[in-house]
Design a protein around this ligand. Structure first.
Ligand code: SF4
Length: 389
């Protein structure tokens, strides 16, 4: 299946802020070529504009200095290249990671994370301003639903962080593990992926979901598929329903069937994200049950010790290092491929929504103890890989 390149641009714009001028970054590559081709002559000028956008990430027509002034003025009359604006950035953590808080034209705030690693650099992007899924261990879920982000708002996060750190595009990884459920924003996610693929191969892009089965199946049909990460967090349906209400709509057994359907060709694996909550889902018996659950799936487990946050229920605690080791050892002994994020997230409030949560704590809140929510949105840094010895 191809992407939604042929769709009219306004289909992707209805969720965003009302803009009088079309943001060219809201168009998938084929639609951009078509739109520009109707008003820009000669045709090589279209190619130049696309180069400035998709290879350089410029957000002003005046920066396109190989275009005639008149053409730049004409473009600016009809279109915009607006990106989100940086409201705040944390100081770099000891591992160099840095979190960004952006403000959107309608006042919504979203987060991204820059994560330098030894050989490559990852950027964690938000896909929604808020999240209606309501995972009980997640600060974003705690603050509730927002709106879908437009392609320009997603690709804008990418280019702003990439340019600020001057990261070579060929060394970039992209993970959609920030605020929001990307598979509930498919209409904007697909053109965003197409734009990102100009610089970042699909195998370097990961989309993380709480388990939206129709979205997984839709993603599976794309010609250029990203990697898939799924937030599981409990080895059985009962506990998963307690901490992830979405499971009532998309039950664990149906989700596992969808994961078995997802193509994992060319050596790729599905990532099983598992937030470790002390005394709740972190026992060696839970690890063995998780290993049984994913048996036969080409998958690796990413164990993520919970990041505590004042907005989240007090009973949710990070396990001790010893408990984390016992859990991982039991998984490894069961034959699973495991990575552990020994997060330094507390340094930069790295869990999804925590930086925004810091700035919104004075707003009226729902009852904190009603349940909690997590953060699948941590990052591929400080990762310990474990396999059977
Ligand atoms: S973990 Fe992800 S899907 Fe769940 S509430 Fe948070 S942002 Fe939404």
């Amino acid at each position: 299946m191809t992407t939604s390149n042929d769709e009219p641009p306004d289909r992707r714009l209805h969720v965003g802020p009302a803009l009088s001028r079309l943001n060219l970054y809201d168009l998938a590559p084929a639609q951009l070529q078509k739109t520009l081709g109707e008003i820009v002559f000669p045709p090589f000028r279209v190619k130049q504009i696309v180069q400035w956008m998709h290879h350089r990430g410029v957000d002003a027509f005046d920066a396109m200095n190989n275009l005639p002034k008149e053409l730049r003025a004409k473009l600016a009359e009809r279109f915009t290249l607006e990106f989100p604006h940086v409201l705040e950035r944390t100081a770099p953590a000891s591992d160099g990671s840095q979190k960004y808080l952006f403000v959107l034209p309608d006042g919504n705030r979203i987060e991204s994370v820059y994560m330098p690693m030894r050989d490559r650099t990852s950027i964690c992007l938000s896909s929604q301003a808020g999240c209606a899924v309501g995972c009980t261990f997640c600060v974003t879920g705690f603050f509730g639903a927002g709106r879908n982000l437009t392609p320009s708002e997603m690709v804008g996060q990418f280019f702003i962080v990439q340019r600020e750190h001057d990261v070579p595009l060929e060394l970039m990884n992209v993970v959609f593990m920030g605020m929001g459920e990307p598979l509930l924003n498919m209409e904007n996610l697909v053109p965003t992926l197409d734009m990102l693929y100009t610089n970042v191969a699909p195998k370097r892009v990961t989309v993380s979901t709480s388990g939206i089965i129709p979205g997984i199946d839709e993603l599976a049909k794309l010609d250029r598929r990203p990697n898939l990460a799924v937030s599981i967090n409990a080895p059985d349906r009962k506990r998963r329903e307690e901490i992830m209400p979405i499971t009532k709509k998309y039950p664990l057994d149906a989700l596992m069937a969808a994961l078995h359907r997802y193509p994992t060709d060319r050596g790729r694996e599905v990532t099983i994200e598992y937030v470790l909550l002390a005394g709740y889902n972190d026992s060696p018996a839970d690890a063995a049950a998780l290993a049984r659950l994913i048996h036969g799936l080409r998958a690796k487990v990413n164990a993520i010790p919970f990041n505590e946050d004042p907005n989240l229920p007090k009973w949710m605690q990070r396990p001790t290092d010893e408990a984390i080791d016992d859990f991982v050892d039991a998984l490894v002994e069961s034959g699973a491929h495991v990575t552990v994020r020994r997060s330094k997230g507390r340094e930069i409030a790295a869990a999804c929504g925590q930086l925004r949560g810091k700035t919104e704590r004075k707003l009226p809140q729902r009852r904190v103890d009603r349940a909690l929510r997590t953060e699948p949105a941590e990052i591929e840094r400080d990762v310990v890989h474990r396999e059977r010895r």
